[in-house]
Each structure stands twice: as structure tokens, then as C-alpha cells.
Write a protein that binds this ligand. Structure first.
Ligand code: B16
Ligand code: MG
Length: 227
């Protein structure tokens, strides 16, 4: 028994661009008199660009002080700064274990999907040398609802032609774990302080196909016992 597909989040699972997002947001926030630090940045993991800006404005007590056009301009400035920093990204930035896991899944004929809310995901995959490693990448530009809504994981399942209950999802953010659970997939969480994952690992070095395979069989046996 094995899953039909494994669907991955990008930032925090395939590579770690959180610091690059932080540096770009810190600059834009400082320009409007808001100081953010790395601790606050944890709250922006897996949150869309505009969603992140809204959280920064709330944090800085500036809710309602900017028009939609001004917010769009702030988000565009942050993105320009972030995209510029992506030039430093190379295949060396792929997180430990991922370069081994992806071919192992392909070898086992398991679908490989991407469910990242980043509009820059295709450029990031190219920079990492992983453009051909995924069978389907959900298009963040078509999303109407953010994680924890399951929409992006359901879009990845549809693109791969698989049912969610036949898939494993891998995430580093609580909103992502909640999205995976909301569509009936099995959730693997990477990092501390994540609730609701059927398997939680400290880092991606522990994320191997034998481990995912064992998780799948264990969960299927548990489901069968309950029926
Ligand atoms: P962009 P993920 C997310 O990536 C990041 O974790 C989050 O910090 C960022 O705001 C979001 O992508 C949008 O990114 O501005 O490039 O569209 O974790 O969903 O892979
Ligand atoms: Mg993430």
C-alpha cells in the first residue's frame, strides 16, 4: 500500500526563503514606521503577500490608514526587494533530504505536487534546479482563499488527478497543516509547535520515503480498525 501523491509546501519545506521575505518586509515596514523582528516574522509563514501586509499593519497599529492602492504599492515594493534577493538562491539552498526524497517518490511512481501560496514559486523552483521535479504545481494566482482553507491542496490533488484521502501533505506552517487536515489528507509537519500533524519532524533531513511509506501504512491500518 502506498499513497497516490505527496504534496509539498515550498517555503520551509523545499527551501527556506523565510529570511528573505523577512528582510524585504522589514525594509518596507520601516519605511512606514513599523519595526518588525524575526519573532513576529514567524506569524507570516505560509500567509499570502497581502495577508502578510495586513498583519504587519495591524501589528504596527496602522489598520485602516492606507488605501487599497497604497497597500498594493507597498506589496509591490516588498516583492521587488524579495525578487531581487532571489538571485542568491541556488540548488545549494534545497533543504536537507529533499534532493533524495523527490527522486525516490518518482521511482515509486508516486505523484509529486506543490501547494505554495507564493506567486514566485515557479521562479524559485527554477533557481533551485527543481523545475522538472514536480508533476503539478497549484497556481497561487488562481486562489480565492488562503490556507487554512484547503483550496490550494484540493487544486493540487485535482491537477494530479488524485483523491485527497489518497495523499500526504507536507507543511511547516500551522495554517498549512490545518488546510491539509481540512481536505482529508494525511499531514506531516516540519518544525516545532505544530498541532494536528499525523507525523511531526524536526527538520526535512528526517523526511524520507521509507518514513512516509511507514506513516501511510500505519494510518491506513488505524482507519481500517475504526471501520
Ligand atoms: P509571495 P509557502 C509563502 O510560501 C511564504 O511562507 C510567505 O511568507 C509568503 O508571504 C507567501 O508565500 C507569499 O509569497 O510574496 O512570493 O507570493 O510557505 O506557501 O511556500
Ligand atoms: Mg511554508
Amino acid at each position: 500500500m502506498q499513497p497516490d501523491a505527496v504534496i509539498f509546501d515550498l517555503d520551509g519545506v523545499i527551501t527556506d526563503t523565510a529570511h528573505l521575505h523577512f528582510v524585504a518586509w522589514r525594509q518596507v515596514a520601516a519605511d512606514i514606521g513599523i519595526n518588525i523582528d524575526e519573532t513576529f516574522n514567524q506569524q507570516l509563514k505560509g500567509i499570502s503577500r497581502m495577508g502578510s501586509l495586513e498583519r504587519i499593519l495591524t501589528f504596527g497599529g496602522k489598520d485602516g490608514q492606507f488605501s487599497a492602492a497604497e497597500k498594493a504599492a507597498l506589496a509591490a515594493r516588498k516583492n521587488a526587494c524579495y525578487v531581487d534577493s532571489l538571485h542568491s538562491l541556488t540548488p545549494q539552498a534545497v533543504l536537507p533530504g529533499i534532493a533524495e526524497l523527490l527522486p525516490a517518490l518518482r521511482e515509486a511512481s508516486i505523484g509529486i505536487g506543490l501547494a505554495s501560496v507564493s506567486l514566485n514559486a515557479p521562479a524559485i523552483l527554477r533557481a533551485l534546479g527543481l523545475a522538472d521535479a514536480f508533476d503539478f504545481c497549484a497556481d497561487a494566482a488562481r486562489l480565492t482563499r488562503s490556507k487554512p482553507d484547503p483550496e490550494i491542496f484540493l487544486a493540487a490533488c485535482a491537477g494530479l488527478g488524485v483523491r485527497p484521502e489518497r495523499c500526504i501533505g507536507v507543511e511547516d506552517a500551522q495554517a498549512g497543516i490545518d488546510a491539509i487536515n481540512a481536505c482529508g489528507m494525511i499531514a506531516v509537519g516540519i518544525g516545532a509547535s505544530l498541532n494536528g500533524a499525523q507525523l511531526r519532524l524536526d527538520d526535512t533531513a528526517q523526511l524520507t520515503w521509507p518514513r512516509l511509506h511507514a506513516l501511510w501504512n500505519q494510518q491506513r491500518r488505524a482507519t481500517a480498525r475504526c471501520q
